[in-house]
Design a protein around this ligand. Structure first.
Ligand SMILES: NC(=O)c1ccc[n+]([C@@H]2O[C@H](COP(=O)([O-])OP(=O)(O)OC[C@H]3O[C@@H](n4cnc5c(N)ncnc54)[C@H](O)[C@@H]3O)[C@@H](O)[C@H]2O)c1
Length: 380
């Protein structure tokens, strides 16, 4: 399928330095994907380029992306991996290694991921491990991928015993977040990304206070409040700005704490409860939907602890409802099991767990709260 980029608004390009001295170029906006060829030149890519895609992006966007890579400059091969979590496997990792080896990729050559978070996670892991590191460029195609999975340098695959159990920290040389790619994204996946975006709104003030992130003229929660529910879709003119703020927040947090020693935990607001729900639903509840429920329950717990007013909980409920996201644990999942799964989370300390909780007003959080599991059980 051929697509023409509509040029509405500039493509914002940032050059990002993390504390690890890695430079990531980030381009955001409609048409950002068309910078791929320039970006490959800027990062000094070798001639060999492997584009990893998934069935949906192979149908909708692969030809379009390949059309921006001049054949005389690059030897491009493609690999289509299975949809969703199925691609984050040792089998697919080995297939990618073999593909690279058969085509004699060297360390200057590049893996480009064209897909949602599952493809960018797999591509990152493969790029970080083959020859101890190839160039990596991510072109996230889901909203969740743009605001979260493609940003921050975490890569991973699943093992039989659990999700993301094998992984590395490896920063892409560039991320091209092009809103137009969202035009083919199914509605439930778009909603899943919004769950994650609401989380960013709920940590924005603390991120601004603790990093160099600057608050814009309008706080993200106010923008979301005004936009969500009013047929807010992939082509909303405000979406690029929202994506850009989320990416900046994550980059600023990750730059300060790349390996999650302290501040990076702030990104886990809503995620501890969310992960438990996602796992117990056998991933039928999407990541962002589960995070939405987690955001509501974390805020509810904060109200109970008198950390924040009940009005804040009402606002979170209203935002989630406008986004079409749920606030309650799905009926087939028992609350006891949710607490049990949270008890096996890596953030557990004895009979307590570390949580990020809203504090004083929405936008502000305390990211180092120890909560007894028994207490949480009562709130749920
Ligand atoms: N590395 C990180 O920091 C990080 C953070 C959050 C999530 N993740 C990982 O990301 C994954 C979830 O991300 P996701 O929801 O993007 O997953 P995904 O890749 O499974 O994509 C979700 C669905 O949307 C479809 N899709 C994606 N882009 C499309 C498009 N433009 N048009 C049509 N269909 C499209 C896919 O085919 C898939 O069915 C999980 O594996 C999770 O572990 C990683």
């Amino acid at each position: 399928m051929a697509h023409k980029a509509r040029h509405r608004g500039p493509v914002i390009t940032m050059l990002w330095n993390t504390d690890l001295e890695v430079k990531t170029r980030v381009a955001i906006g409609i048409g950002a994907r068309q910078k791929l060829s320039n970006i490959l030149a800027q990062i000094g890519s070798g001639k060999r380029v492997l584009v990893l895609c998934q069935p949906s992006t192979a149908v909708h966007w692969l030809r379009d992306l390949l059309s921006v890579l001049p054949q005389e400059d690059y030897q491009v091969t493609t690999l289509e991996v299975p949809d969703g979590e199925a691609c984050k496997s040792t089998d697919w990792l080995i297939r990618i290694w073999e593909h690279l080896q058969e085509r004699k990729f060297d360390r200057r050559d590049t893996i480009v991921a064209l897909g949602g978070g599952s493809v960018t996670d797999l591509a990152g892991f493969a790029a970080s491990t083959y020859l101890r590191g190839l160039n990596l460029v991510l072109v996230p195609t889901s909203l969740l991928g743009m605001v979260d999975a493609a940003i921050g340098g975490k890569t991973g695959i699943n093992l039989q015993s659990g999700k993301n159990l094998a992984g590395t920290f490896y920063f892409p040389k560039a991320v091209l977040a092009d809103q137009e790619l969202l035009s083919t994204l199914p509605e439930n996946q778009f909603k899943s990304g919004i769950g994650e975006i609401i989380k960013y709104g709920m940590i924005e003030d603390t991120v601004a206070k603790t990093t160099d992130y600057e608050l814009g003229p309008k706080r993200m929660l106010d923008v979301l409040d005004a936009s969500l529910g009013n047929a807010f879709e992939h082509d909303d003119p405000g979406l690029s700005g929202i994506i850009s703020s989320c990416i900046k927040m994550k980059l600023f947090v990750v730059a300060k704490d790349p390996q999650e020693a302290n501040l990076r935990r702030i990104l886990n607001l809503g995620h501890t409860i969310g992960h438990a729900i996602e796992t117990l639903s056998d991933y039928k509840v999407s990541h962002g939907e589960a995070v939405g429920i987690g955001l509501f329950l974390d805020t509810k717990y904060s109200v109970k602890q008198k950390r924040i007013d009940k009005a804040a909980l009402d606002k979170v409920e209203e935002l989630l409802a406008k986004a079409g996201l749920s606030t309650s644990i799905p009926s087939g999942i028992s609350k006891e099991k949710v607490v049990n799964v949270m008890g096996s989370d890596k953030k557990r300390e004895g009979q307590s767990i570390k949580l990020v909780l809203p504090q004083t007003k929405l936008g502000v959080v305390d990211y180092d709260v120890t909560v007894p599991l028994s207490d949480l059980s009562k709130t749920l």
